[in-house]
Design a protein around this ligand. Structure first.
Ligand code: TPP
Ligand code: MG
Length: 309
């Protein structure tokens, strides 16, 4: 990977974060009539997947899809137009946020129905195989959606019919207002995959270069062996806040799920946390100070020129 490639990746992460912070600010002011699930904290996996996908590959997304969609749009203004239901829309018809697709850019389907995209993706993967397309179908999921029976059935189906597919579980440990240990027993995804002879890989740490290296191998392997591969990504959906009231005098952690993130502000346009939970923080460490500052300025200048800041 050249320095210029790394710069492009850094810019994508920064721009994806800024886009979401701009949506968040406008959301706080009541601009949108539709529910939006932001994905701040999911930037590294989204940029890595977009980087390794080949033109005939397809993505099948969940309700939390802004990160994957934004990377296929040409500007932040395009994203705002989608969320304001303006025509022309990239989706087949105005779909807003949770069902936003972009077929000409490989986003074949997105679904607001939890678990629904898994069998749809399995069918697409089979269709691609029958048509000898040599493509890979990427099916996204959350740690809540894997509780649906459709997850098990789709894995079984894709393994049985030798479908080239990569199932990516963005595991933020939360399903709406419940954390895994509050709502269910743990699911051993490596063990579940092994029980069906499916390869499993765990990603964590938000290093986009590591993710690209690992996912490029996984994609190749899925295509060569015509088999599903399960990838679990540990991440944090950023934007939590602390609820303090009579019941919770010491404060209760409220995880970000959807809507505006009240604690995320745009006066710092990019960074949210100085920790490895924040892909912006991790990516910053791949650059010299000046180079990183230049990238940030370039993106801010562009956004100002578009009248977004
Ligand atoms: C069939 C169905 N059941 C319930 C819901 C309500 N619902 C929307 S998002 C969500 C939580 C999803 O959790 P997860 O899959 O982990 O995704 P995350 O929001 O954490 O990214 C639930 C229960 C739904 N949309 N569809
Ligand atoms: Mg979740």
């Amino acid at each position: 990977m050249t320095d210029s490639d790394v710069r492009t990746l850094g810019k994508k992460i920064l721009k994806l974060r800024l886009a979401q912070k701009i949506v968040n600010e406008r959301y706080k002011k009541g601009e949108f009539k539709i529910p939006i699930h932001l994905a701040m904290g999911h930037e590294a996996i989204a940029v890595a997947l977009e980087n390794i996908a080949l033109p005939d590959d397809n993505f099948v997304l969940t309700h939390r899809n802004v990160h994957h969609n934004f990377l296929r749009l040409s500007s932040i203004r395009d994203l705002l137009n989608e969320y304001n239901l303006k025509q022309p829309s990239v989706s087949s018809s105005n779909r807003g946020s949770m069902n936003l697709d972009n077929p000409s850019k490989g986003i074949a389907y997105s679904s607001s129905i939890l678990g629904n995209n898994l069998p749809v993706g399995a069918g697409m993967a089979l269709g691609a195989k029958i048509k000898k397309k040599n493509s890979v179908t990427f099916i996204m999921s959350g740690d809540g959606a894997i509780e649906e029976g459709a997850f098990y059935e789709s894995l079984l189906f894709m393994k049985s019919y030798n479908c080239a597919s990569v199932i990516v579980v963005e595991n933020n440990e939360w399903s709406l207002g419940t954390k895994i240990d509050e709502r269910r027993c743990p699911i051993d995804l490596a063990g579940l995959a092994a029980s069906m002879g499916i390869e499993y890989m765990l990603l964590s740490g938000n290093d986009v270069l590591d993710y690209i290296q690992a996912l490029a191998k996984i994609r190749r392997k899925s295509s060569l062996t015509q088999s599903p591969i399960l990838v679990e990504v540990k991440l944090v959906t950023l934007g939590h806040w602390i609820l303090k009231n009579d019941e919770h005098v010491n404060g209760k952690y409220v995880n970000y799920h959807a809507g505006p993130a009240p604690t995320v502000a745009i006066n710092e346009p990019f960074l949210i946390e100085e920790s490895t939970d924040d892909p912006v923080f991790v990516t910053q460490n791949l650059f010299e100070h000046k180079e990183w500052d230049d990238l940030k300025s370039e993106i801010l200048t562009e956004a100002k020129r578009e009248g977004l800041l």
